[in-house]
Design a protein around this ligand. Structure first.
Ligand SMILES: Cc1ncc(COP(=O)(O)O)c(C=O)c1O
Length: 398
């Protein structure tokens, strides 16, 4: 980085965050029920999303695992998932033996509703979407498809804490949704939150990761699953109290984080207006609002003399933090989704015949991103990044 520009880190560690953690140190390092800081964080998070319930987990991956089990999905079932996403959207389903059928991506890297009919079989039970890099999926088309085919709709909102589609907050379209809170605009350090409006799904998800005291207190005693209250379903993936204290501090600043991030995004939109080489990768604002995870950018190779990778290297030499995503890629050909045995998959490693996903591959070829920053004092960093981007496009424009 430039000597005056610190590298991007998140969350912004200020006095209020330090004192929230310090206060929690004096209260509890582990909550066994929902009456302390974990319950407080969950109530605030549910309100933030606009859903009835939120349950905090140790990670977004653990929350997705609970979602799979609460949805009742198992080895005879299929779920349609995006071919392009961070792998944890789909890996918990593969772990449970659910067959994951992958749908191609649209121009924003999101699950393309036009590909859903090609993925549908008599075993399909659910669809999961990821709102990639904060751009909301076309939830009108996807919700309609799910309703017409009797499928459960699930959302991975890990990139989309502040996103909405047609005026409706993401995370409220389906039966359940998960938000990773690992280094996301609302963060708990490590963690994940499952949200739902459904009492039964909430209790089933609670059993998958929380047990004993909390389940005895919160599960309906007349429900058949109450008998599992002591043991849960065999796993523990509770959130940490210090993470919840951080999360509460962040939720208290949600309006500030959102307004600053929207300002930064607007600065990129303005600076790139009419730029032939790079444009913001944003859904039509009349249809959807960005979740403000990153600034997603599209590189127009036909208008440039260099490749995207060369362009990003040029930015890197100016100590500007732009990157082409790495571990978020086409996940459909990973062996985990093709193993023949759940117990000893290494005894016969599957020969994966790579399927192609032209929509996802086209998106990947042109997409890159940069942090949105979003706190008092970030002005110099944002200005440096915007200027570096615009000036570099001038150098490579045809
Ligand atoms: C789209 C998506 N889903 C799920 C996850 C998993 O969340 P976690 O890292 O909290 O387990 C991530 C993590 O970044 C993600 O980007």
């Amino acid at each position: 980085m430039n000597s005056i520009i610190p590298p991007y880190t998140w969350p912004h560690i200020d006095d209020s965050l330090r004192s929230a953690v310090d206060r929690q140190l004096g209260v509890s390092l582990s909550d066994r029920d929902g009456r302390g800081v974990i319950g407080g964080f969950e109530a605030e998070f549910a309100q933030f999303v606009g859903s009835r319930y939120a349950i905090a987990f140790s990670s977004g991956t653990a929350a997705l695992h609970a979602m799979c089990v609460a949805a009742g999905l198992g080895p005879d079932d299929e779920i349609i998932a995006p071919a392009y996403t961070f792998f944890a959207t789909a890996t918990p389903f593969a772990y449970e033996g659910v067959k994951v059928v992958f749908a191609d991506a649209d121009g924003f890297g999101n699950l393309d509703p036009a590909d859903l009919p090609n993925c549908l079989t008599e075993h399909t039970k659910a669809v999961i979407v990821t709102h990639m890099w904060g751009n909301p999926c076309d939830m009108t088309a996807i919700s309609t498809f799910c309703r017409e085919n009797g499928l459960m709709l699930l959302e991975d909102c890990s990139h989309a804490h502040f996103a909405s589609w047609a005026g409706q907050r993401v995370g409220t379209f389906g039966a359940m949704a998960v938000f990773s809170t690992n280094q996301k605009p609302i963060t708990t350090g490590e963690g994940g939150v499952l949200v739902t409006d459904d009492d039964r799904l909430r209790e089933l998800a609670l059993l998958h990761g929380h047990y004993n005291k909390r389940c005895f207190q919160e599960i309906d005693q007349s429900a058949p699953h109450y008998q599992y209250a002591l043991t849960g379903m065999g796993l523990k993936s509770r959130a940490s109290t210090l993470g919840a204290a951080i999360g509460l501090d962040q939720l208290g600043k949600a309006e500030l984080i959102e307004s600053r991030r929207r300002e930064v995004l607007a600065a990129y939109i303005e600076a790139l207006d009419g730029n032939p080489v790079v444009s913001p990768a944003l859904v039509d604002p009349e249809r959807g609002q960005s979740g403000l995870y990153v600034v997603g950018l599209r590189y127009h190779q036909e208008a440039a003399t260099e490749t995207l990778h060369e362009f990003v290297q040029r930015l890197d030499r100016q100590r500007a933090d732009f990157d082409v995503p790495g571990s978020t890629n086409v996940i459909a050909n990973e062996p985990l989704f093709h193993r023949s045995s759940r117990q000893q998959p290494w005894t016969s490693v599957p020969e994966v015949r790579p399927a192609t996903y032209p929509g996802a591959e086209a998106f990947i070829r042109s997409f890159f991103k940069t942090p949105l920053w979003g706190y008092p004092g970030d002005e110099a960093a944002v200005a440096h990044h915007v200027a570096a981007l615009v000036n570099t496009t001038k150098l490579v424009a045809r």
